[in-house]
Design a protein around this ligand. Structure first.
Ligand SMILES: NC(=O)c1ccc[n+]([C@@H]2O[C@H](COP(=O)([O-])OP(=O)(O)OC[C@H]3O[C@@H](n4cnc5c(N)ncnc54)[C@H](OP(=O)(O)O)[C@@H]3O)[C@@H](O)[C@H]2O)c1
Length: 327
């Protein structure tokens, strides 16, 4: 996992994704897949999609048949079984097996269909629990995983090794990326299963609506985390598809973190809630810091465009548009 491969310059590698390519986005209804599909369509590519109702990507034979029918020039694999700590620890079998099966179907199916280019999405949460910060790509597989999502992480690591193996054995231009925490339109606002940012938006929105004097949040607020708007993630994916053809995964983040306390204050302001925030320090904080090293991505010419506050405001506006009147 430590071999450093040269990163081709953006100019020399543009041919990796021709204009007007036909690209299958697996998981196009999800947070990531929907943003990637929007971006590719805006860039003039033909986006191919197939909902889970018509094609369960765990079914390798049907996935291969579909991919051989449509013969995409490229595939973005953004379909996965995804969830928070609770879901991961309750359903480790599904997190392991569904993800392994989706990856086996889609990557092997794409190869069988003659697809030259594939982007597999890993995640920053599959790095070792105690990886040095900011986390470099070389940290993968150098230490113990976070026990709460071990099954998910192992499946995702297998996906990365799978894309690397197709490169080594067949010379396929298959690559993988490691996004940081993402947010944006299409996010999950269910308090049982959501990530921290949509959960904060919902908690403050409801507190304002109900006139609650205070909102209690878990922990001390001191852990530092990084957040990237999903439209910036989609732009980074396009940069990688156009310009990167290396063996190692590439981190996708903004390169900056903030405390959960600062995040909560920002969300409170954006939602217009003027009550108090109370920190319940009897609850655990989790890892003190999680930030990706994005030097490799920056060397390809990518920088994110959406400041966190604007991104949160846009996400809040999107979610308000989804709510029934009066909510
Ligand atoms: N969200 C983040 O903060 C984040 C951060 C880092 C990395 N990532 C990575 O990005 C990828 C996508 O995550 P996401 O947040 O976009 O997840 P998501 O919103 O849950 O979307 C996942 C998509 O996969 C589809 N899918 C799941 N199982 C399927 C199956 N058996 N057959 C067909 N489709 C299936 C889902 O279809 P349905 O719509 O039918 O359920 C959904 O469209 C994952 O690999 C994740 O690890 C996400």
């Amino acid at each position: 996992m430590t071999t450093e491969l040269p990163v081709p310059s953006k100019e020399s590698a543009h041919s990796l994704l021709r204009p007007g390519s036909r690209i299958f986005v697996a998981g196009h209804r999800g947070l990531v897949g929907s943003a990637v599909a929007r971006r590719l369509a805006d860039d003039g590519h033909e986006v191919l999609t197939r909902g889970r109702d018509l094609l369960d990507l765990r079914d390798a034979a049907r996935t291969e048949t579909y991919l051989k029918e449509v013969r995409p020039d490229a595939v973005v694999l953004a379909a996965a079984k995804v969830g928070g700590i609770m879901a991961n620890s309750t359903y480790p079998v599904q997190f392991l097996e569904d993800n392994l099966r989706i990856q086996l179907s889609v990557v092997a199916g794409a190869h069988a269909a003659g697809t030259q280019r594939l982007l597999f999405l890993g995640s920053s949460c599959i790095y070792p629990r105690l990886a040095p910060q900011p986390i470099r790509e070389e940290s993968l597989l150098t230490g113990e995983l976070e026990p709460t999502n071990e099954a998910y992480a192992l499946a995702k690591i297998a996906g990365i090794v799978q894309t690397q193996s197709y490169r080594r054995q067949y010379g396929a231009s298959y690559i993988s990326a490691m996004p940081t925490n993402l947010y944006g339109p299409g996010d999950n606002f269910d308090l049982e299963t959501s990530h921290v940012l949509p959960a904060l938006i919902r908690r403050f929105h409801e507190a304002r609506r109900d006139g609650a004097p205070e909102v209690t949040l878990w922990g001390s607020g001191s852990p530092r985390r990084e957040f990237l708007h999903v439209d910036d993630l989609a732009a980074a994916c396009v940069t990688l598809l156009e310009a990167y053809d290396g063996d190692e995964p590439v981190n996708i983040g903004c390169g900056e973190d903030l405390t959960i306390r600062e995040l909560a204050e920002t969300v409170r302001e954006v939602t217009g809630y003027d009550g108090r925030i109370v920190w319940d320090t009897s609850k655990p904080d989790g890892t003190p810091r999680k930030l990706l090293d994005v030097a490799r991505l920056n060397a390809l010419g990518f920088t994110p465009k959406i400041p966190l506050r604007d991104g949160i405001a846009r996400t809040y506006a999107w979610w308000l548009g989804q709510l029934p009147p009066g909510q």
